[in-house]
Design a protein around this ligand. Structure first.
Ligand code: BGP
Length: 475
């Protein structure tokens, strides 16, 4: 075991993240203001862990003052959440702001600013209005791209003087991949062309919003929060390396390249055509994407992704799916977070940092989500009732260490944000795997209680030094 210490630069973000739908609850929500997540939950509650979902969530809508006091106690420099598009308007087509909901955000943001915590706001964290999903097919429609730009316009008008770091989407690839590619989520359709159309329209919407923000002359930046998966091939053999490259092309570069370089990879466009994937795009749209790349990226990184070359021929009856080119690979002996079924490999952060430095013009970025979800955390409670989450402290230490090493090696990395500030509702895994620095007590009216990690996080902020033990003995 060796002990290491590393300095956390003064301007380095030490924050935590969350989203509107995963915290606020339905208090004050009006008829017709469902989001995609709400209708999925309403239509298919049985797949949500123990029936928990967005209905109450952490009741943040009623408890944001208490929450901000806890953020301050935990030493957060920044807090990232979303505004819920489905609740921000009473009419999505005319852009009529729901004053009651907007006032909640006015107050929440003011409360953070008064506590010295910088809010970072995402415009969509899966909160596509159900109305737009049902009436236009969601992001399959160009009309929805227009309406998103209208929404961004209204949000910027109201908050540009209070918030300067904006993000269009959180993990823009996720919903369509789960619904249209893998058909794992309601409404369980399989249509690879629809998948690609959603990808394209989210890239287009990002470019439109970047353009709008710049034309209005607002101070600040517009970025996006992506979840590129650091994908390692099983072996150095060319067939396995190709599998990893293909995975990267379809799932990572489909957003990274247009958002940072302003263009889709040629190889991706050619493969989509070769496999008959149809998506509607115009030269004007591609020009808009080319001219309006993002200012910064948030990167969500949880686990390494490993692939190998496919071991069988593709079934010709099955529509094209990128899995045509790869198969998942499990590394024997891997370190695991058993609650989540995810491998733990902190090196992903360093490897992603070098990728951004070398292949993505060293654009400013930060870790927007990193964290450890653990089931049944109550078992780690001490006599005073405080959850002793040393595993979380260990996880953050190792991942933050890699982030800081990358920064020392020239990565343009602005900070580290933990997922999540409090325990909350994940899609289906609602309150199953607990991620927070703050516990949410479901048996006691969503009461908040700081875990051991909250005090440790605060000390990080105060000392601006990370000290950790590295298990490096030859035993
Ligand atoms: C990320 C999402 C978050 C959150 C997190 C944890 O991909 O951006 O919204 O849900 O995953 O998810 P889970 O609880 O399923 O592990």
């Amino acid at each position: 075991m060796s002990q290491k210490s590393i300095t956390i630069p003064q301007d380095f973000i030490l924050g935590a993240a969350s989203s509107a739908w995963q915290t606020e609850g339905w208090s004050g929500k009006k008829e017709g203001q469902d989001s995609y997540m709400d209708i999925w939950y309403k239509n298919d509650r049985h797949v949500w862990h123990e029936g928990y979902g967005p209905a109450l969530a952490t009741d943040l809508y009623n408890r944001y003052r208490e929450e901000v006091a806890l953020m301050k106690q935990a030493g957060l420099t920044h807090y990232r959440t979303s505004i819920n598009w489905s609740r921000f308007f009473t009419d999505y087509e005319k852009g009529v702001v729901d004053e009651e909901y907007a006032r909640y955000y006015d107050n929440f943001i003011d409360e953070m600013l008064a506590a010295g915590i910088e809010p970072m706001i995402c415009l969509e964290h899966y909160e596509l209005p159900a109305y737009l999903f049902e009436n236009y097919g969601g992001w399959a429609s160009k009309k929805v791209v227009e309406l998103f730009a209208l929404y961004a316009e209204k949000v910027f008008e109201r908050y540009h003087h209070k918030v300067s770091r904006w993000f269009t989407f959180n993990e823009p690839i996720v919903v369509q991949t789960r619904v249209y590619l893998d058909a794992l989520r309601w409404p369980y359709e399989q249509n690879t062309s629809t998948w690609m159309q959603w990808n394209h329209h989210k890239n287009l919407a990002t470019a439109k919003v970047v353009k709008l923000f710049r034309e209005k002359g607002y101070t600040g930046s517009v970025g996006a929060i992506l979840n590129p998966e650091v994908t390692y091939p099983r072996s150095s053999a060319p067939h396995d390396v190709k599998a990893a490259e293909m995975y990267d092309l379809f799932y990572n570069r489909v957003f990274l390249d247009p958002m940072v370089h302003g263009r889709y990879p040629q190889a991706l466009v050619a493969l989509l055509e070769q496999h008959g994937v149809q998506w509607d795009y115009s030269a004007d749209e591609l020009a808009l994407i080319r001219d309006n790349t993002v200012d910064e990226l948030g990167i969500n990184l949880y686990y390494p992704h490993r692939v190998k070359a496919p071991s069988r021929a593709w079934n010709p009856q099955t529509p094209f799916h990128p899995a045509y080119y790869y198969e998942p690979f499990e590394l024997p002996g891997r370190r695991m977070n058993k609650s989540r079924g995810w491998e733990i490999y902190p090196r992903i952060i360093y490897d992603m940092a070098m990728r951004i430095k070398n292949d993505y013009r060293n654009i400013p970025w930060f870790i927007a989500e990193s964290g450890m979800g653990i089931e049944n955390e109550g078992q780690f409670r001490n006599a005073e009732g405080v959850i002793q989450d040393d595993y979380r402290i260990g996880f953050i230490s190792e991942h933050l260490y890699q982030t800081l090493l990358a920064r020392e090696a020239g990565a343009n990395c602005q900070g580290y944000m933990l997922w999540a500030f409090t325990d909350n509702v994940s899609p289906m895994n609602a309150f199953k795997n607990r991620y927070g620095l703050i516990e949410i007590d479901l048996q006691n009216n969503r009461a908040r209680r700081a875990k051991k990690s909250a005090g440790w996080y605060r000390a990080l902020r105060e000392t601006r030094t990370l000290t950790l033990n590295i298990d490096d003995d030859w035993k």
